[in-house]
Design a protein around this ligand. Sequence first.
Ligand code: SF4
Length: 374
Amino acid sequence: MRNLSVVGEATEPGVYRVASMDAIVAEWEPHLRFMVLATDAASRTAVERWRAGGLQNVVHVQGDGLEEGDVVAYRPAQGKVIVLYRESDLHHTLFLTNRCNSYCLMCSQPPTSHDDSWLIGQALDVVRHVRRPPTVIGISGGEPLLVATGLRRILVAIEASWPEAAVEVLTNGRLLHDPTVVSQVFDEPPRNVRWLVPLYGHADLLHDFVVQSPGAFDETIEGLLTLQALRQPIQLRIVLVQPVIEVLEELCRFIGQNLPFVEYVALMACEPTGFALANRDLCELDLFDASTVLERASRILSRYRVPHLFMNAPLCALPRSLWPLARRSISDWKNTYADECAGCTVRSECSGLFAWHEKNWKPTSLKPVKEATQ
Ligand code: SF4
């Protein structure tokens, strides 16, 4: 998330929509909060006059990096805003909790255990403050099913405010073995929701090792079968760390034989941050060295007619046969390219790199493509 410094006089923390001085008159609503980008003294005076007249839901700030339409959390005591939603981004996510019931080797956002139930209220505030609905909204954590009733409230709010938006819930699926959680989320089955569930092995030992949680495999499989029974679309996610690469072919065969109902499988390069740094010996690899395994895994999934694609993987990390399956998937605020990419002819189709590759590692030694592409 983008964390920006601002200067402002208002002292009320909370969620705000950023508006320009020109747009505020048309956008203002009494039940929302607005942060006006006041670039000159006249604008600041105008906002102060509104506030003195009772319009306390408008504040003014100065600072670089904010965009009109941003939805931000304002921390006046620190002189900071955190951008929770950026209209111009391709990828949007709502965070519901930082707590998790797994402890994955390569978790990019290591879980915490403190009470962060206020995040549900913040996410509901974000939904209310967004000016233009997203086409796709991700819901993430931590583990969103740990706050099942909160998740339900968010899904209802999204359906009411953004009826056309597709929702993608990133969950380990484990709690869907529990009928109470299932009824909390699915009493009224949500529309337009896809469930993104990771699976890292075709046997309990393998999956439970990667997620560092005994019993997780059985619960995840039960969760997947619950989603299937509820006719919910599922994207199965496989992060390509060393222990997973070692069993990838068997895992894909297991999926083809036992979970053929999944909508598709996403094979994802590891994000080099969080726990992946602590478990570098298991998580760092040159993806290109695994080309043969990746091609075989793709062939196995194709044989079982399971659609699949590659995410977070730069094109030069994949054999050319897999390029048609590669997608640009890294969230905008995390996405970057290296100096070597400057002259690469496939840059516009390439997912690029995670922004922290420089101080950590790249998914492969970059091999810029020089020939013309059509
Ligand atoms: S050199 Fe850069 S732009 Fe080209 S394929 Fe590799 S990562 Fe992508």
